[in-house]
Design a binder for this molecule. Structure first.
Ligand SMILES: [Fe+2]
Ligand SMILES: [Fe+2]
Length: 158
């Protein structure tokens, strides 16, 4: 069973954001499947880097959009992004140090962020009418951003 499932209530009505959310869910499920299958350690670490990169890239795009439309709740939304990224770094560290042995903790944490952040901070974005037409960036731009963020995470301890 996938870890996260797309739900209609996640839809913000902003094309770019909805597209990235669906992609994120797919990427997270793919990496989670590796964890469940007890894949090679390096493969899982690389996958956690991929999750971090995908989320960091998505947050950066959302923040860019909020600044462009002078979104009034920018600071609070951004603070929640920072908190989520810190948690992913913690999960990644815990896995590398063999502390992450509890599968349920991993599951709960990932689910929680998504359910809470999507349904509160992200759901409010559609109130800004200008944002609704916001288009997704190209796949190659997104891929480049993901790779950069992933690289920063995986190389920070080396
Ligand atoms: Fe967000
Ligand atoms: Fe989002």
């Amino acid at each position: 069973m996938p870890l996260l499932e797309w739900r209609d209530e996640y839809r913000t009505g902003i094309r770019g954001v909805d597209y990235e959310h669906e992609e994120l869910i797919a990427r997270i499920n793919a990496v989670y499947a590796l964890v469940e299958a007890a894949a090679e350690r390096d493969e899982v670490i690389d996958g956690l880097g991929e999750i971090y990169g995908s989320i960091a890239a998505h947050f950066a795009l959302e923040e860019q959009m909020m600044r462009r439309y002078e979104y009034p709740e920018y600071d609070a939304h951004r603070a929640d992004h920072e908190r989520l990224l810190d948690e992913i770094r913690d999960i990644s560290d815990a896995y590398e140090q063999n502390v992450l042995t509890d599968r349920q903790a991993f599951e709960c944490r990932l689910r929680d962020w998504f359910q809470n952040h999507f349904s509160t901070h992200d759901a409010r974005l559609h109130r800004m009418s200008g944002m609704r037409e916001h288009d997704p960036v190209s796949d190659s731009t997104l891929r480049g951003m993901i790779q950069n963020a992933k690289y920063r995470l995986l190389n920070r301890r080396r």
